[in-house]
Design a binder for this molecule. Structure first.
Ligand SMILES: *Cc1c(COP(=O)(O)O)cnc(C)c1O
Length: 443
């Protein structure tokens, strides 16, 4: 629940279990049962029945019986991760996190007040993960008037007593600056039991490892392949890092294809070994408009041979100069498990149009960045699974621009316009947000 360690570092398990000898036994399991088997390897303090119950409750809110089905589209397969309440893959982890936190809090008779800053998807998935729960309150800041009307309404139409939406009169950076300043004040943080659910939270990664296994079993059973490839539209390096962990657990993954939009710091790293900050550009796949990928540090830990001191040195170098470098292997490759590429707006729109025309399949712009990159790494022997990270209706404007018609709808989103909303608008100042927290938390 602490998110960041108190020394500012990230948390990782001491050891990663090797599950190669269990793959055969796991191959026919349901999504929920597989989640139980994978997660319990990392969880020592929750009883088996309790964990199984948490997992069942988390995925009962999904609108597909398989939770994360795999569908074949042209030369690739799409792993559909968007059947949860807010239609983006973040629900898979955040529905679980809400149940997990509630369980831990009730066992220890504690409360938690979550403070989050969002540019869109994370905030709504987090709100839907904890709405209506005893012992948890959530305060989500978004840049007022600067996110899409759909994204705004997915958050502000949730009227549960424990949900507080704050529209900050400023940018997303202002929201993040305010959040970080408040979290740095450890006495205030402790006094108000503040916590976070951002993407460096280990439990989120844990929940995401599961679907790599699930998809692998489905596709291997269908094709008889020995290995598969995954293409992952990437921003904060959370989703693809879960795939990296699955590979380290022994899942036979032939290649992880890291796909970025114009914000390509990670793609450049896996091509050159150099991780160098650029400036953030706004694109049609906004959940990937990120330059500093907060989970990348975890990858670097393994990359430096699990040497914390070396890692600290690299991160300090990056903090000072905005640049760090690792030595590629003798063959010039930075990491043989990874391939990388980036897709710009024109290429992404063209791909969405082509997949609609040729296969009748509507892709959201994030998924499309992954598919466009994946097409450069297809193999006869190793089927390609592209992670479908959002339902196209969430980004219907980009889809309309690509296809020429309005083809992306979802009844949940269509209904939003008629719902009542609640949101507190505050100036972009730390003191205003603090005062609001104090008033609501009654301290
Ligand atoms: C968050 C998000 C991503 C990026 O995932 P990371 O874990 O940050 O790499 C991609 N697509 C969608 C739709 C998202 O919401």
């Amino acid at each position: 629940m602490m998110g960041l360690a108190r020394d500012g570092g990230l948390l990782l398990p001491v050891t990663i279990p090797d599950v190669r000898d269990r793959l055969a036994a796991w191959s026919g399991l349901s999504y929920q049962r597989l989640a139980f088997e994978v997660m319990r390897l990392y969880i020592g303090d929750i009883a088996d029945e309790e964990l199984a119950g948490l997992i069942d409750r988390s995925y009962r809110t999904f609108r597909h019986a398989e939770v994360a089905p795999v569908v074949r589209v042209g030369p690739v397969r799409i792993l559909e991760l968007f059947h949860g309440p807010t239609l983006a893959f973040k629900d898979i982890a955040l529905q679980f996190l809400g149940n997990l936190f509630e369980s831990i809090l009730s066992q220890s008779d504690r409360e938690l007040n979550i403070l989050a800053a969002t540019s869109g998807d994370t905030g709504s998935a987090a709100i839907h993960g904890v709405r209506g729960r005893a012992r948890i309150r959530i305060f989500v800041m978004h840049p007022y008037g600067k996110i899409s009307p759909t994204q705004e309404r997915q958050m502000t139409s949730v009227l549960d007593d424990n949900v507080f939406n704050i529209g900050v009169e400023g940018s997303f950076d202002d929201c993040q600056r305010i959040m970080k300043a408040i979290f740095r004040d450890l006495p205030f943080k402790d006094a108000h039991s503040l916590g976070s659910v951002n993407s460096i939270n280990w439990a989120r990664l844990l929940a995401q490892i599961v679907y790599y296994f699930y998809a692998w079993f489905r596709v291997v059973a269908e094709t008889g392949a020995a290995r598969v490839r995954f293409a992952v539209p990437t921003g904060n390096f959370g989703d693809i890092f879960a795939g990296y962990l699955a590979a380290r657990m022994g899942l036979p993954i032939g290649l992880l294809v890291l796909a970025t939009n114009e914000n390509d710091i990670l793609a450049r790293f896996f091509a050159s070994g150099i991780y160098e900050l650029g400036s953030v550009r706004a694109t049609i796949s906004p959940s990937m408009d990120i330059q500093v990928a907060s989970n990348f540090e975890r990858y670097l830990y393994y990359r430096t041979g699990a040497d914390s001191r070396k890692l600290t040195g690299l991160m300090q170098e990056f903090g000072v100069s905005g640049r760090l470098a690792v030595e590629p292997a003798a063959d010039g490759r930075v990491d043989e498990l990874f391939a990388a590429g980036s897709g710009d707006t024109a290429r992404t729109l063209a791909l969405i149009g082509r997949y609609y025309e040729q296969y009748g399949c509507v892709l959201d712009p994030h998924t499309a960045v992954g598919v466009a990159t994946a097409e450069g790494f297809l193999s006869e022997a190793e089927p390609m699974i592209c992670l479908g990270t959002a339902h196209p209706a969430k980004f219907s404007r980009a889809v309309r621009d690509a296809v020429g018609r309005d083809v992306a709808h979802h009844e949940i989103l269509d209904r939003l316009a008629a719902l009542p909303t609640r949101c507190k608008v505050l100036p972009a100042s730390e003191s205003a947000v603090r005062a609001f927290l104090e008033e609501r938390l009654g301290l």
